[in-house]
Write a protein that binds this ligand. Structure first.
Ligand code: DX5
Ligand code: ZN
Length: 222
């Protein structure tokens, strides 16, 4: 199953609800990029602002926390209704506890790794995850180029996920996903795709989601 997750990072923030309405029917999950200007050199939505977006979103929201203190704030994002909360392994002193707290608050729990972090760092945690996010750009900004050198890491994660005896976490990619790159990521084993500029710069964001879905579906590894 393929999941298309548009990121509103570079959508029109003065008119977010109509931007979200444009992709709601064609996508699965709204990807909300939360940045604190500490973990990454950029700042986006506060908890208060995120709450309003989550409350009004017609589709489930995944909060992607690019913050320095996920062990404190991740559970807050779960409590305000995120369908899933994704935080960075690099920023967490106790990922296992934070994953449990997110699930305890009723959300799906996901861990993200930056391009420089090897898959081996999170391998042991796989069985505790509902989703693993492999960043395919340095987190912080939209519109960057997909890093093809992340493909072996995606493949490695996919193979490890197949070996799990229990439920299998989704494998998500984020950064530079477009009509040119989505098939590469799907062939390597990704099944959830964040796309920001490709979707919101398109004339028809919904048609773009549909095209991305078709490409990913045809390229997905079995
Ligand atoms: C980058 C964010 C991404 C970003 C992706 O740090 O995590 O979600 O919005 O944007 P594109 O698809 O333009 O690379
Ligand atoms: Zn993101």
């Amino acid at each position: 199953m393929i999941r298309i997750c548009p990121s509103i990072l570079n959508a029109d923030h003065t008119n977010l609800s109509s931007e979200i309405a444009r992709i709601a029917d064609a996508s699965d999950i709204l990807h909300l990029d939360v940045m604190d200007n500490v973990f990454v050199p950029n700042k986006t939505f506060t908890l208060q602002e995120s709450m309003a977006i989550i409350k009004n979103s017609p589709i489930p929201v995944d909060s992607h926390l690019m913050v320095a203190d996920p062990d404190v704030v991740a559970v807050e994002y779960a409590k305000v209704g995120s369908a899933s909360v994704t935080f960075h392994w690099e920023a967490s002193a106790s990922p296992s506890e934070t994953l449990k707290a997110i699930r305890g608050a009723g959300s799906r729990a996901a861990l993200a790794v930056k391009p420089g972090t090897p898959f081996s760092s999170v391998r042991e945690l796989l069985s505790e995850l509902d989703m693993l996010l492999i960043m395919t750009v340095e987190p912080g900004f939209g519109g960057q180029k997909f890093m093809v050198d992340m493909l072996p890491k995606i493949r490695e994660a996919h193979e490890a996920i197949l070996e799990l005896s229990g439920p299998r976490p989704w494998l998500q990619v984020d950064g530079g996903i477009s009509l040119e790159t989505i098939a590469l990521a799907a062939e390597a084993g990704a099944d959830a795709f964040v796309a920001g500029s490709a979707v919101f710069k398109a004339e028809s964001p919904a048609a773009m989601c549909q095209q991305l879905r078709e490409l990913a579906t045809h390229s997905q590894v079995k």
